[in-house]
Write a protein that binds this ligand. Structure first.
Ligand SMILES: [Zn+2]
Length: 104
C-alpha cells in the first residue's frame, strides 16, 4: 500500500527503546468495503505485526487500522499497541488521481 508515508515509532514500555518502522515495512491489507455512508464506500486497511524489542526482547504488538472515507480522503486511524507506547505514526495520502499534465 502506498498511501502511507513517514515513520511509525513505538517505544518499549519495559526499557524505553524506540523502534521505527518505515512506510515500506508496513503491510496494510484492505479489510473489505465498509458501509456506504452516503458519500460512497468506506474502505478500511489494517496491519498487524508482532516483534521483539531489540534491547530487552520484550514482545510488542502493533494493530494499526486506517479508514478512507470518502474514497480519496483520510477519515480516521487507530493504533493499538501492546507492550509499547506510540511516539509517532504515519501520515496518509489517499489521493489517487493521475498526475496533472503540465504540458497540455
Ligand atoms: Zn525493550
Amino acid at each position: 500500500m502506498s498511501f502511507i508515508s513517514g515513520t511509525l515509532s513505538v517505544k518499549c514500555k519495559k526499557c524505553g527503546t524506540v523502534t521505527d518502522f518505515d512506510s515500506d515495512e508496513a503491510d496494510f491489507e484492505p479489510t473489505g468495503g465498509g458501509d456506504d455512508r452516503g458519500m460512497g464506500q468506506e474502505n478500511g486497511y489494517s496491519w498487524e505485526t508482532t516483534f521483539n524489542c531489540d534491547k530487552c526482547g520484550s514482545e510488542i504488538e502493533i494493530d494499526y487500522e486506517v479508514w478512507e472515507y470518502p474514497v480519496g480522503a483520510f477519515n480516521n486511524d487507530d493504533v493499538r499497541l501492546s507492550g509499547a507506547t506510540e511516539e509517532g505514526r504515519y501520515s496518509y495520502d489517499f489521493q489517487d488521481e493521475p498526475e496533472p499534465d503540465e504540458f497540455e
